[in-house]
Design a protein around this ligand. Structure first.
Ligand code: ATP
Length: 281
């Protein structure tokens, strides 16, 4: 189930998006690809899953060259792409969207296996079970992301290509999502994960690649990249996690009130601002 990409070149007309990208993912690994907007991360996943035809380079999956294969054939081999924009069918129910993820299997007559997998997806995402009859377009952003992953799982993948799964999710849901990613690996899946949330991605990944303007510029164990000072500045929001200042304690507040009462002319900037607002009304 190893994925190997060698010298991949992709262009959109005259715009070259990938310049000789090479990487590999071993069975059971979580490998992250991080990089700024426009670095070529989504293009890389689209080329691997057959949605874009590379100008040059080769791709192997599970011991077989898959370069130039149509997407359905690649999915049928167990390599499943979950795109960034989720691409759900908004006017269909949650359950119908899930079944669509298994359409190649249903065509082969695997009805029983598909029903079993539906239950498995509902175990991983109980929220989807509660909302199985709801239209996909009315789900929250986080629920839609869960549905997109669930639909990918219905194809019975051996490897998932996940494009920006945390995009637009609240921090609590982001944590839940990364917990699910780790759980999927524990169930035997291999994952190639594209993320702008570099810190979280590096925390769950075994290895990672850093992309800049269509090229891989760094690679290595995720734990080492997480500690790399250059990466911390460029992608991880500075050397140390940003500390939110503690709110002042009750004692400090009451002391401030007392001293203000003693010197009434010494108002704070905020109070001046508020007065200004009131004056305008
Ligand atoms: P993001 O994190 O913003 O999604 P990305 O790293 O995934 O960025 P890509 O979407 O792969 O980057 O884009 C790589 C380059 O290819 C960018 O310069 C982008 O403008 C260009 N590009 C992507 N899709 C197209 C397209 N359909 N037509 C023309 N250019 C494109």
């Amino acid at each position: 189930m190893r994925l190997e990409v060698e010298g991949l070149e992709v262009a959109y007309g005259p715009v070259r998006a990938l310049h000789g990208v090479s990487l590999w993912v071993d069975p059971g690994e979580i490998v992250a690809v991080i990089g700024a907007n426009g670095a070529g991360k989504s293009t890389l996943l689209r080329a691997i899953s057959g949605l874009l035809r590379p100008r040059a380079g080769r791709i192997w999956f599970d011991g077989q060259e898959i370069t130039g294969w149509p997407p359905e054939r690649i999915v049928a081999r167990g390599l499943v792409h979950i795109p960034e924009r989720r691409q759900l069918f908004a006017s269909m129910s949650v359950e119908d969207n899930l079944r669509l993820g298994a359409y190649l299997r249903l065509r082969r007559g695997e009805r029983k296996g598909v029903e079993e997998d539906l239950e498995r997806v509902y175990e991983i995402f109980p929220r989807l079970k509660e909302r199985r009859r709801q239209l996909a377009g009315t789900l929250s952003g986080g629920e839609q992301q869960m549905l997109a992953i669930g639909r990918g799982l219905m194809a019975r993948p051996r490897m998932l290509l996940l494009d920006e799964p945390s995009l637009g999710l609240a921090p609590l849901l982001v944590r839940e999502l990364f917990r699910i990613i780790v759980a999927l690996r524990e169930q035997g899946l291999t994952l190639l994960l594209v993320e702008q949330n570099a810190r979280q991605a590096l925390r769950v990944a075994d290895r990672a690649y850093v992309m800049e303007t269509g090229r891989i510029v760094r690679e290595g164990p995720a734990a080492a990249l997480l500690k790399d000072p250059a990466l911390q500045v460029a992608y991880l929001g500075g050397p140390a996690p940003c500390r939110i200042p503690e709110p002042p304690s009750a004692e400090v507040l009451s002391y401030a009130r007392l001293t203000r009462a003693a010197a009434p002319g010494d108002a704070t900037v905020g109070e001046h601002g508020n007065r200004g607002d009131d004056a305008g009304g």
